[in-house]
Ligand binder design. Structure first.
Ligand SMILES: [Zn+2]
Length: 348
C-alpha cells in the first residue's frame, strides 16, 4: 500500500509541475504577441479599421526569447496575427513583414448586382445577402454560383516601415487583397488596383511592386489551382507562368495588376465524365508596393477591383484627389468594386 502511494505521489509531481514550469520557460509567439502587440479598433466607418502597434518591439522580443526562431515562421505569424491568412504570398513578400513598426488593416464588403449597382455593406450584411441569393431564389444557386450578383471583400493594409528615411520621409508598404466571396457566373479579365493620394506622397521605387493571383476550380471531385505571382523587377522570374498576370504602373498614384481568369466554361478537367458540375471554388488576388510620405503630411490609400464579364474593352484606372476611378473602353462593361478611401497622417 505504501508503495502504491509513493508511486502516485511521483505521478502527481510529474503531472503537476511540468505544465507550470513550461508555461514560464517556453514562451510562444502567441503569448509574446498578446503581451506586446497593441490592438486598437476604429469604428468610424461601416466596417472597423484595426491597428496593430509595436510590431518592431514584438520582433525584437521574440528574437530575445526564442533565439533560434525561423525568420519565415515569425513573418508568417505576423501576417496571420494581423488577419492576413487568406492567401499565401511569396516568401520574399512575407519576410517584409519583419520590417514594420505598425500595421493598419481596413476592410470593405461590396456587392454589385446584375445592373451594375454597387452597395457597400458590413460583413454580417454580406453573409445574409449571400444566403438570400442562394436559398431565397433557387436552392441550386449556391452550388453553381449562378446568381448575377457579385460579392467581394477588399482588404487594404498600410504598414509603417522601421528606420527613418534620410530625406525626412516616412516609408510605408501599402497592400490590398481582392477576395471574391461570390463571383458572378460570367467573367473574363479582371484588375486589382491600389492608389495613393496626397501632395507630399511619392511611390518608393526602391520597393518592388508585387502581385499574386490564385484561382481554384472544382470539377469531378477534384480541385485545380492556377497560381501566378509577378514582380516589377525584370531580373526576377514569376514563380508560375500558367496565368496571364501583368503589373501596370501608370504613375500619378496608380498601380494595378491585371489578370486573365480561367472561366469554368473553358475549363477542361480531363476526367471524361459527362455533365461536369464545375464551379469556381475561390479567386484571391493581392498586390503591394512602397510609398514615401513627408512626415506630418496627410495621405490616402484606396483599393479597388474591376471585373469584366465579357471579353470586349480594356480596363482603365485613374486617380484624382477624390480617389480611384475605374473605366472601360468602348464596347466593354465592368463591375466596379471600390473600397473606401482611407486617410492617414505620416509620422515617424
Ligand atoms: Zn470534370
Amino acid at each position: 500500500m505504501k508503495k502504491i502511494i509513493s508511486v502516485m505521489m511521483v505521478m502527481m509531481l510529474t503531472f503537476a509541475f511540468p505544465s507550470q514550469v513550461s508555461a514560464e520557460e517556453s514562451p510562444t509567439l502567441e503569448s509574446i504577441a498578446d503581451s506586446i502587440i497593441e490592438i486598437t479598433t476604429d469604428n468610424t466607418n461601416e466596417n472597423p479599421t484595426t491597428t496593430y502597434n509595436n510590431i518592431e518591439e514584438f520582433v525584437n522580443e521574440v528574437r530575445n526569447q526564442i533565439p533560434d526562431i525561423d525568420d519565415l515562421e515569425l513573418a508568417n505569424f505576423i501576417m496571420d496575427y494581423t488577419g492576413q491568412d487568406d492567401l499565401e504570398v511569396a516568401d520574399e513578400e512575407t519576410l517584409k513583414y519583419l520590417g514594420f513598426k505598425e500595421i493598419i488593416v481596413s476592410e470593405d464588403y461590396i456587392k454589385v448586382d446584375d445592373a451594375g449597382n454597387t452597395e457597400s455593406m458590413t460583413q454580417d450584411e454580406m453573409t445574409l445577402a449571400m444566403f438570400r441569393d442562394a436559398y431565397g431564389i433557387s436552392p441550386l444557386a449556391s452550388a453553381e454560383w449562378n446568381s448575377p450578383n457579385g460579392y467581394m471583400q477588399i482588404k487594404t493594409v498600410l504598414s509603417r516601415e522601421t528606420g527613418v528615411l534620410k530625406d525626412g520621409n516616412v516609408g510605408y508598404q501599402i497592400a490590398t487583397y481582392g477576395i471574391w466571396k461570390k463571383i458572378p457566373v460570367c467573367y473574363y479579365r479582371d484588375l486589382l488596383a491600389l492608389c495613393y493620394t496626397g501632395s507630399e506622397t511619392r511611390i518608393d521605387n526602391s520597393h518592388e511592386i508585387y502581385g499574386k493571383l490564385e484561382e481554384t476550380i472544382y470539377c469531378c471531385q477534384k480541385t485545380t489551382n492556377y497560381k501566378t505571382q509577378v514582380w516589377n523587377n525584370e531580373g526576377k522570374d514569376p514563380y508560375y507562368t500558367n496565368k496571364n498576370v501583368i503589373v501596370q504602373s501608370q504613375g500619378g498614384g496608380n498601380v494595378a495588376i491585371t489578370f486573365q481568369l480561367m472561366s469554368t466554361t473553358g475549363f477542361q478537367c480531363n476526367s471524361g465524365a459527362q455533365n461536369h458540375a464545375k464551379r469556381v471554388a475561390s479567386i484571391l488576388s493581392y498586390m503591394s508596393y512602397g510609398i514615401k510620405v513627408k512626415a506630418g503630411q496627410n495621405f490616402e490609400i484606396q483599393g479597388a477591383y474591376a471585373h469584366k464579364r465579357l471579353p470586349g474593352g480594356n480596363i482603365g484606372v485613374s486617380v484624382s484627389y477624390k480617389g480611384i476611378g475605374l473605366s472601360v473602353s468602348l464596347g466593354g462593361h465592368i463591375d466596379k468594386y471600390i473600397a473606401l478611401q482611407q486617410g492617414y497622417t505620416a509620422y515617424k
